[in-house]
Design a protein around this ligand. Structure first.
Ligand code: SME
Length: 153
């Protein structure tokens, strides 16, 4: 993993484990930090599974507001990850059939599930304004971050 990704991960671990901020504040800080520190990260948000409903809701984000605050399981990249329980890296969103557009500026996306006791409870969603913005280092960074976020619940 790139050196500055390690540093970022350490910062996330330290903050998420030690600060006395609320969970929502911590999640917001994670979004803001991703968008500030990583140039290709133009939008970052946390979707969580709605209780007793096969739907995701957007809890916190940084970047442009989106109208897609509620997404049914199975719809779009996010909805597919809610069912597959697997990271979904999309190098070019224009090649995806089952995709929900948040604007023509978005060119690539990555969605990483968050687990608590083995159960998929939500996801980290990152959009970029450039194609092929994400690689295996981003998968690693975000999957490790997802583990830390899962510890909050
Ligand atoms: N593109 C996502 C929708 C959420 S936005 O990226 C914020 C999808 O296809 O599920």
């Amino acid at each position: 993993m790139k050196q500055h990704y390690f540093q970022l991960l350490e910062a996330f671990e330290a903050y998420l484990r030690n600060q006395e901020a609320s969970t929502d504040d911590k999640l917001q800080w994670v979004c803001d930090t991703l968008c500030e520190r990583l140039p290709n990260y133009d939008w970052a948000g946390f979707y969580f599974h709605q209780k007793d409903k096969d739907e995701l809701f957007l809890k916190v984000f940084c970047g442009e507001p989106t109208e897609h605050t509620h997404i049914p399981f199975g719809k779009g990249i996010c909805g597919q990850v809610a069912l597959s329980n697997e990271t979904f890296l999309v190098p070019d969103v224009s090649l995806q059939d089952n995709y929900i557009s948040c604007g023509i500026t978005v060119k690539s996306e990555i969605v990483v599930p968050i687990f608590v006791n083995g159960k998929n409870i939500g996801q980290i969603d990152i959009d970029s304004h450039v194609k092929n913005a994400f690689d295996q280092d981003d998968v690693l960074l975000l999957e490790k971050l997802a583990v830390e976020v899962g510890r909050l619940f």
